[in-house]
Design a protein. Structure first.
Lengths: 252, 239
């Protein structure tokens, strides 16, 4: 009964929580939430709650990029966040989410990885972006991407003395050049919605996630959901994502 | 993204001599794996994908069965010897994601609700990789499904597009993929131009994104014909 009700509302341009179709929930961004991390943020999008911690480690650079730092993004759908999440290694959805967030950061050239090499071919900074879901009430992708970008924006690099990382001496800011904002547009019958609740996600036909840089460049896209989208709808969804990204950008 | 000093477009031609809107040599064959209910091999230039379909068959363990629909399972796998540096066997994060988007690219073409309590298994093996592996795999899987006689709304045609050296191109080879400004893996059902796979990474203006999508939709028609011919050919050979 509930899915039909949600569908009926949306067809009348209404939503169960009273929002407009293209309206975000109330969003709060709290930077520096985890003191032990070199950067962190906690974002609440309505009842969706995500924490991202950035840890800086050192490691061997990739052989094909010996003078670059390394970015690694992981996501864990902790069982505390939803009755649908189970413990164990990251599943298909968590892996996809981590890779979407990773592509937004990587392809926007957000982190200046060229400045993170310590010794060519031997040692570079590794930036670990770990996404932890605290409560899942829909739109985890946009919430996680926003949290990651907020956390990176305050990340500091610790001092290295005698090959050891001195965690309580944070000496410089993580070099950043760009800021990607990720927006997902959902499609239900012939309507497009922004920031779906978990219950709304369950009736979505398809979704398009778009990462947009501050200069307007598109850096990553991902279509998901069980149905296809028409060429015309794709263009509309892309344009809507670009438009809404401006609102999210103001929050960080 | 890696950088190269080498020009990827010289005098309007790509590193392998193609024009920007030209797809590589294509070879498609169905019925290549006798044990499978349906199978296909697709070659796009030097990228070769094999796909096998098993099912619809009963799904076990039983508690995974759905009473009102069949389910589709997909596994995209790269053979350890398919690239320069050996790939460790076992699913990587990349392969887990590609398996998922491949499943979502094919699902809209099927009538799974007609086969409750069953599973359709699709196994894709990339035996040689030179860029655009996921779309080559989807073309092979589409043919394998049709070859298995699984009812379909339409075939699924897949093709990549992107941008190198300020030029919009389609069907990226491995080197172009590595050094491109952007890459868009894409799949659609041509009859209704229904887009079932769309990913992108890189840096593009919104207008460039739209142009590449239009170019892929157009060039995909050729692959659609090739898929249909491959299916016809099997019966001509038997007949």
């Amino acid at each position: 009964m509930r899915p039909e009700y949600i569908l009926k509302l949306i067809e009348n341009n209404e939503r169960i929580d009273g929002r407009k179709l293209d309206e975000f929930r109330k969003i709060t961004v709290e930077k520096g939430y985890i003191k032990r991390a070199e950067g962190s943020a906690r974002v609440k999008m309505g009842k969706t709650d995500v924490i991202v911690g950035i840890k800086m480690e050192t490691g061997k650079p990739f052989p094909d990029m010996p003078d670059m730092g390394i970015l690694k993004t992981g996501a864990e759908f902790s069982p505390i966040a939803s009755p649908d999440f189970e413990s164990g290694p990251p599943g298909e959805d968590a892996t996809e989410l981590a890779r979407i967030v990773d592509r937004g950061i990587r392809e926007s050239e957000s982190i200046d990885l060229g400045k993170l090499c310590l010794e060519e071919g031997e040692k570079s900074w590794e930036v670990f972006v770990d996404i932890h879901t605290i409560n899942h009430d829909g739109n985890l992708i946009d919430a996680s991407a926003l949290t990651a970008v907020a956390a990176l924006s305050i990340t500091k690099i610790p001092e290295i003395e005698d090959d050891k990382i001195i965690r309580d001496k944070l000496v410089k800011k993580l070099p950043l050049s760009h800021q990607p904002i990720t927006v997902t547009v959902g499609k239900i019958s012939d309507k497009f919605i922004i920031d779906p609740l978990k219950e709304e996600e369950e009736v979505l036909n398809s979704r398009l996630t778009v990462a947009i840089r501050e200069d307007g460049k598109i850096c990553a896209m991902q279509k998901s959901g069980n149905e296809g989208i028409s060429h015309e709808d794709f263009e509309k969804m892309l344009d809507l994502a670009i438009k809404k990204s401006k609102e999210l950008r103001k929050l960080i | 993204m890696m950088k190269t000093d080498e020009k990827l477009i010289v005098k309007g031609k790509r590193i392998d001599g193609r024009k920007p809107d030209e797809i590589r040599e294509v070879e498609m064959k169905v019925g290549v794996i006798p044990n499978a209910n349906g199978s296909a091999q697709v070659r796009l230039g030097n990228t070769i994908a094999l796909a096998a379909v098993y099912g619809p068959r009963p799904l076990y363990p039983k508690f995974l069965q759905k009473y009102d629909t069949g389910i589709l399972k997909c596994r995209y796998n790269m053979a350890p010897f398919s690239v320069d540096e050996r790939i460790n066997p076992g699913p990587s994060r990349r392969e887990i994601e590609i398996s998922k988007v491949t499943r979502l690219a094919l699902e809209p073409a099927l009538f799974l609700e007609e086969y409750p309590e069953t599973v359709v298994d699709i196994f894709i093996e990339i035996i040689q990789a030179d860029g655009s592996t996921r779309v080559t795999g989807i073309n092979a899987a589409s043919l394998a499904l049709a070859d298995a006689g699984v009812p379909m709304k339409d075939l699924v045609v897949a093709l990549s597009g992107g941008k190198v050296d300020d030029t919009v191109i389609i069907d990226l080879c491995g080197k172009e993929d590595n050094f491109s400004d952007a890459d868009i893996p894409f799949a659609f059902m041509p009859r209704k131009k229904n887009i079932t796979l769309l990913q992108m990474d890189g840096r593009l203006n919104p207008e460039e994104v739209k142009t590449i999508v239009k170019n892929i939709l157009k060039a995909g028609e050729k692959l659609y014909e090739k898929q249909k011919n491959a299916l016809r050919k099997k019966y001509e050979e038997i007949g």
